[in-house]
Design a binder for this molecule. Structure first.
Ligand code: G1P
Length: 290
């Protein structure tokens, strides 16, 4: 029987070193994009793509993530008393979104190691993994685009986008053949290659659909780039063993909101699209003497 995706995991145990000092005591996943934390965008994307069950992999100082998705009885009571029904509904919707559970990655040993913490949660089911600092602004939610590919190929799918020039070295990069417009069968992949060694201009971005075989591959993966257990290396191991992997070129704009400049740009782009903020912000930006 053909499978689809109902489970998603959100690795959120990283140290957020690119965003210090803001991330010293609070997780980067809670940085606000306009007025919502990054992780809420990613959870909403997953839910809009058909996901019903969510695991957030947290680390130290991540309790604010759990509080955010939980019912805030005190806040809700005050909002109700003050007749702020709209805000009340917004706040309540956050805790009603999906079934969310948490597990802790006690040591930040890399993305592969973080994803491994989802072994019991996934069981025998395929699942999605979303990195909340990669925010994708798309008409069809990014994960829904990928699930459509997964359903047809019944094999793991990763999201990619074209990256020009030296910036490619900041990503996992694939070597692949296009099998239909925007869909690629992957031959090989490498984590953060030097510009000269990059096998293509197709960079991996933080959306993955895995089958449970990924866990045994992670178990056999040695530390790679940066001394970390890299998910790219685990996927590579599966490729070498003849398992098919597909890549999808996302339709939409990806913002690296875990990076200071990317975060500022994402905030401006998202605010400009808002009914309540777009016009006054546009006016302010026009008036800047640059
Ligand atoms: C991770 C992955 C990398 C991918 C990137 C996308 O790297 O390891 O393959 O290209 O996310 O954002 P990180 O940015 O966590 O170093």
């Amino acid at each position: 029987m053909n499978q689809t995706i109902r489970k998603a995991i959100f690795p959120a145990a990283g140290l957020g070193t690119r965003f210090l000092p803001a991330t010293k005591a609070s997780p980067k996943e809670m940085l606000p994009l306009v007025d919502k934390p990054l992780i809420q965008y990613a959870v909403e994307e997953a839910v809009a793509s058909g996901v019903e069950s969510i695991l957030i992999i947290t680390g130290r100082d991540k309790v604010s993530i759990e509080n955010h998705f939980d019912i805030s009885f005190e806040l809700e009571t005050i909002l109700k008393e003050k007749g702020k029904d709209d805000v009340f509904k917004q706040v309540r919707a956050i805790s009603d979104m999906a079934k969310i559970s948490y597990t802790r990655q006690s040591q930040a040993l890399g993305l592969g190691h973080a994803i491994y913490q989802a072994k019991d949660f996934a069981g025998n089911d395929p699942f999605a993994a979303l990195l909340a600092d990669d925010v994708v602004d798309a008409e069809t939610p990014a994960l829904a685009q990928m699930i459509e590919v997964f359903e047809r190929y019944q094999a793991p799918v990763i999201a990619t986008m074209q990256v020009e020039g030296e910036a490619i070295s900041r990503f996992g990069v694939i070597d692949a053949d296009e099998v239909e417009p925007g869909v690629f069968k992957i031959n090989d992949m490498v984590e953060k290659p030097a510009f000269a060694d990059a096998p293509s201009d197709l960079a991996i971005i933080g959306r993955y659909i895995f089958t449970p075989e990924i866990f045994s591959a992670i178990e056999r993966t040695k530390p790679g780039a940066g001394g970390e257990i890299q998910i790219t290396d685990a996927m590579r191991l599966m490729l070498k063993e003849g398992r098919p992997f597909y890549a999808f070129r996302l339709e939409g704009t990806r913002h690296d909101a875990g990076d200071k400049l990317g975060f500022l740009i994402a905030n401006i782009e998202f605010a400009l699209k808002r009914e309540d903020l777009g016009e006054p912000l546009r006016e302010y930006l026009r008036g800047l003497q640059l």
